[in-house]
Design a protein around this ligand. Structure first.
Ligand SMILES: [Zn+2]
Length: 94
């Protein structure tokens, strides 16, 4: 399976994300590079190209997240799931 996402799906994700990064919320017009379609569950870890697994991210957030799905919570020292921008409901606001 290819990680390629069709233009049609990419356009729908971009619209649902209101054309801003799902992590730092930077809008496209304030980011020098094109916002990227990212896999919430990384493709390298079995994440699919299904629209429900895709969101928009700026290159900085996307590179920082990389293929991680969890991180250590600095307050508890426990492993915690990374933020999922689709659960935030940003596509339903405004
Ligand atoms: Zn970002």
């Amino acid at each position: 399976m290819s990680r390629h996402v069709s233009v049609k799906i990419a356009d729908r994700v971009r619209s649902a994300a209101r054309n801003r990064c799902g992590y730092c919320l930077s809008p496209q017009h304030l980011v020098m590079a094109r916002l990227e379609i990212e896999h919430i569950v990384p493709f390298a870890k079995g994440g699919s190209n299904d629209e429900s697994n895709l969101w928009l991210a700026c290159p900085i957030c996307n590179r920082y997240k990389s293929d991680k799905t969890t991180a250590i919570d600095p307050q508890t020292g426990e492993t915690a799931a990374l933020f999922n921008p689709r659960t935030w409901g940003g596509d339903k606001q405004g």
